[in-house]
Design a protein. Structure first.
Ligand SMILES: Nc1nc2c(c(=O)[nH]1)N[C@H]1C(S)=C(S)[C@@H](COP(=O)(O)O)O[C@H]1N2
Ligand SMILES: [Mo]
Length: 549
């Protein structure tokens, strides 16, 4: 009597794993996309990942890091499921134990999410149960096929997988004279039909669940069809010469589709603006709650151009973008709630913003109330925020890196102290305070490019930034030579980056390095000292190598 061949057992495991996954995704639908066990495990992986790994992932995969993570989880799950199928041959309890382990991992991940409720463990439990039942049924079907082929009409005996495993191996010396395993011990056609049907059912349920949660997310996103308010204080006009419009140089306003996105949210929170609330509370605060409509109706709406930057940006990197934001002045909201900055005797020195997906971001109260245009942004580039960039409301604070200021999907503001609370990134090795560092970048030519050759010189151009300080100079150095002044584009505001161009007229044929540094309005000269992004932002000069032909 043949027992289920190894490959078929692996297929049983894979299909059962797929069925469990589909069932879990379907069970997660009422709880929203974040309740899916896969999403929960991915999110927990992100939170638990040590800093170097996270930096590696961001540096290597950029904004695709989350896709890579999900694919990785899928591969691990598939390998585990296939191995489980093989291991469960003849030992049903192994199937139970394996499915139990998967359910437990999913349930623990779901339950420990910051925004989790006790019911969030249900999808994982449903998935584990379905995976177990599917595995046992598939192996029985494979075994029943074996019985049917071996001895038609014989009453059902113990399931094939309960028999002694050794008795049925086809790999022993004696097996050489036997027919192929699937020819006699196991009905291959019947098995493929049953496993195929189960796989198709799982795929249908899984796809259905995915489509359903996407369309319901879509209807929440539809509420983005509202008109942004007219700002009481419009953005100062961008001077004509702010955008040099040089080929290869990033435009003054980052094209919307190219604006970097950095967050820990594995699935973008889909928030219904109609039921959204912002709660303001904490030390020295008369607690308040705002609806989205209340924010839209305010008469103190401002519109400002602000260049957002990520602390994880490498020297020369692209985690920086400039946009026109429209929103409510954050300091006004705070004053309404009775908040005073520490310099006026207020008890709280830290503003902790919390998001719908459980992020916490800590910002100095003094900074957001010092007169700069810190805001609760409702729109970006003339449109409501996109879900990826924080719909319906996010914070923007000129001069601070995003991880200490730019809370997306914000739902809560708590006034507290830096002593009393560490925001998300702090225990992960990042500084509690993160003012943006003076930096500059060469956009064109590209590193490694071949340029010139016609004796007409080479146009070198890029951007420099010192948000809320302003850029007063940019200098370029060829090889180890003197620093020479680049020409600055017109400044929009001190909160935006500034383009620059350098006409390299005396470019000689051969390989050269080109470096750039900026000078801040406060007189600071951008340091050459190289520092990595952690803990508070990279430093050093951006340098490229080009070959002049
Ligand atoms: N809820 C939430 N807000 C967040 C983050 C996050 O992980 N979750 N990341 C912050 C970081 S590190 C940066 S740099 C900015 C990036 O904003 P963007 O994705 O709109 O460019 O968002 C900030 N706000
Ligand atoms: Mo960031």
């Amino acid at each position: 009597m043949k027992r289920t061949p190894r490959w078929a057992a692996a297929v049983c495991g894979l299909v059962a794993g797929g069925a469990g996954l589909a069932a879990a995704e379907a069970a997660a639908v009422p709880f929203g996309p974040a309740a899916s066990p896969v999403q929960a495990v991915g999110a927990a992986t992100i939170d638990l990942a040590p800093r170097p790994l996270k930096e590696f992932a961001v540096a290597t995969f950029g904004t695709a890091d989350k896709l890579v993570l999900l694919v990785g989880i899928g591969v691990v799950l598939a390998v585990f499921a296939a191995a489980l199928g093989i291991a469960a041959r003849g030992r049903r309890w192994v199937a139970g134990a394996g499915a139990g382990v998967l359910a437990l991992v999913g349930a623990v991940a779901a339950f420990t999410r910051p925004d989790a409720g006790p019911l969030d463990i249900l999808p994982a439990l449903v998935g584990g149960t379905v995976a177990y039942v599917a595995l046992v049924m598939l192996m029985n079907a494979a075994g029943a096929g074996a019985r049917a082929a071996d001895a038609p009409g014989v009453p059902e005996g113990p399931a094939a997988e309960d028999r002694d495993p050794e008795e049925s191996t086809s790999e022993g010396a004696g097996a050489t004279t036997e027919e192929p395993a699937e020819g006699r011990g196991f009905d291959r056609r019947r098995f493929v039909l049953i496993a195929g049907a189960a796989a198709a059912a799982a795929a249908a349920v899984g796809t259905g669940a995915g489509l359903y949660s996407r369309t319901s997310a879509g209807s929440a996103a539809e509420s983005r069809n509202f008109a942004l308010p007219k700002p009481a204080s419009p953005a100062p006009p961008v001077p004509d010469g702010a955008d040099l419009e040089i080929e290869g140089l990033e435009s003054f306003f980052t094209p919307p589709g190219e604006f970097y996105r950095i967050d820990t949210a594995l699935s973008v929170p889909r928030i219904d603006a109609a039921s959204w609330r912002l709660r303001v509370h904490g030390a020295g605060v008369e607690e308040r709650e705002y609806t989205f409509a209340q924010l839209l109706e305010r008469d103190d709406i401002i519109e400002r151009d602000v260049t957002l930057a990520c602390v994880s940006n490498q020297v020369g990197g692209g985690y920086i973008g400039n946009a026109r934001w429209i929103g409510v002045p954050l300091a006004e909201i705070l004053r309404e709630a009775g908040v005073r900055p520490p310099s006026e005797g207020g008890p709280a020195d830290q503003l902790v913003s919390r998001s719908d997906d459980g992020m916490t971001i800590g910002t100095p109260v003094e900074t957001v109330m010092d007169g700069r245009d810190a805001m609760l942004a409702l729109g970006m580039n003339g449109r409501p925020l996109s879900p990826e960039h924080g719909f319906p409301v996010r914070m923007v604070v000129p001069g601070l890196y995003g991880y200490v200021s730019a809370c997306k999907w914000i739902t809560e503001i708590e006034l507290t102290t830096f002593d009393a609370f560490d925001a998300y990134w702090v225990p992960r090795g990042w500084s509690a305070e993160g003012p943006i560092k003076l930096q500059s970048r060469i956009d064109t030519p590209r590193d490694g490019a071949s340029v010139g050759g016609d004796g007409a010189g080479v146009t070198v151009a890029g951007v420099a930034w010192a948000q809320h300080v302003g850029v007063d100079g940019v200098q370029v150095r060829i090889d180890g030579g003197e620093w020479r002044d680049a020409r600055l584009a017109e400044e929009a505001t001190e909160d935006t980056w500034r383009q620059w161009v350098f006409d390299w007229e005396d470019a000689e044929p051969g390989e050269h390095t080109v470096s750039v540094r900026a000078v801040g309005r406060d007189g600071e000269v951008q340091t050459a000292d190289e520092a990595p992004p952690a803990p508070d932002g990279a430093t050093g000069h951006h340098m490229i190598t080009v070959s002049v032909g």
